[in-house]
Design a protein around this ligand. Structure first.
Ligand code: SAM
Length: 310
């Protein structure tokens, strides 16, 4: 296996998060679009495959597909099949779950290992308020299907928002335990790619309050060293993972992820768009694998912890 590359802050680059589209079928008011300023271009499956091959050549071990909504692409199964045939340690996907019931089995058969489903509330009205849609039941069925076909682990991503769903965490935990999935609670983040930032002061909720409660109740706590120092709390026969990116130097210090935008630009940091490295134009103009590997290394060199502290 190729050695891992490290950036100038001794952080190994383990995973690549490929945003395969900016399009989405729901409209979450807080969405940061994976830090990407919306544009309309998308890469083809062979282009995504070639990028994945280069990623593998420079030592990247894991691929996650995201967006926009990755399942909105008609060729999603083909994309997953192409990537998973390359022999990565892990191929996963983050989805809003609205189309997961239909796609869970074909994706599993295409080689997908696991899935994270964004699901912030069990209440239809709150779901409608957040997403401007009525897909709550579709998402629940999608989660059930993902578990049934053997995607593992299935995680629920719940962005916690003050007054909107922060009182629902324990209900969501029960739901997750019943379904056999892991709950991942995420602190609301303010990013330049959010449609507007007015929501932040209204809805930001300090997850530290929940972490204190979790620390008291947990029978075991683990830290995911190469996963932005995230904490996993084991309690009452279930598991809750906590993601706190905002102003978090440990989060940045332990970030091992490179990203790629839907229009084929390497993105060294979720929160920045001023240090992207274009991969697709050189690729479309016949760049060799060596040249593309150099562009990956340039993007890795551009990586800096957004919240200092390394
Ligand atoms: N459409 C897919 C989905 O809904 O999961 C993938 C894209 S979405 C941008 C990826 C993840 O980012 C989701 O889990 C979502 O909840 C999270 N997210 C989006 N905006 C956020 C924000 N402002 N703060 C924290 N997490 C956010």
């Amino acid at each position: 296996m190729t050695d891992l590359k490290t950036d100038n802050f001794q952080r190994p680059i383990i995973s690549l998060r490929i945003s395969i589209t900016n399009r989405c079928n729901i409209r979450c008011f807080y969405c940061h679009h994976d830090g990407i300023i919306p544009q309309e271009y998308e890469m083809t499956p062979p282009e995504i495959e070639r990028i994945s091959i280069i990623a593998k050549n420079i030592g990247i071990r894991k691929i996650r597909l995201s967006g926009g909504e990755p399942l909105i692409r008609d060729d999603i199964v083909d994309i997953v099949k192409k990537i998973s045939s390359l022999g990565f340690q892990d191929v996963s996907l983050t989805t809003n779950g609205t189309l997961l019931e239909k796609y869970a089995l074909p994706l599993k058969n295409a080689g997908l290992n696991r899935v994270n489903v964004s699901f912030d509330t069990l209440k239809p009205e709150t779901y409608r308020f957040i997403t401007k849609s009525n897909y709550l039941e579709h998402v629940q069925k999608g989660i059930e299907k993902a578990v049934e076909v053997g995607l593992y682990p299935v995680k629920v991503n719940m962005v916690v928002m003050k007054g909107l769903n922060h009182q629902e965490i324990w209900d969501m935990f029960q739901f997750c335990k019943e379904k056999g999935v892991i709950l991942q609670i995420i602190e609301l983040l303010e990013a330049e790619s959010c449609p507007d930032s007015d929501f932040f002061d209204d809805y930001h909720y300090d997850i530290g309050i929940i972490e204190e409660e979790l620390r008291e109740k947990a029978t075991d706590i683990k830290t995911r060293a190469f996963m932005q120092d995230r904490k996993k709390y084991f309690l009452e026969g279930g598991e809750i993972e906590v993601v706190r990116p905002m102003d978090n130097t440990e989060f940045c210090k332990n970030c091992t992820r490179l990203r790629i935008t839907p229009d084929g630009k390497l993105k060294p940091c979720l929160l920045r768009n001023d240090n992207l490295v274009d991969l697709i134009e050189p690729m479309r103009h016949g760049a060799s694998d060596e040249k593309l590997e150099k562009l990956f290394l340039e993007a890795i060199k551009n990586r800096e912890p957004y919240y200092g502290g390394c």
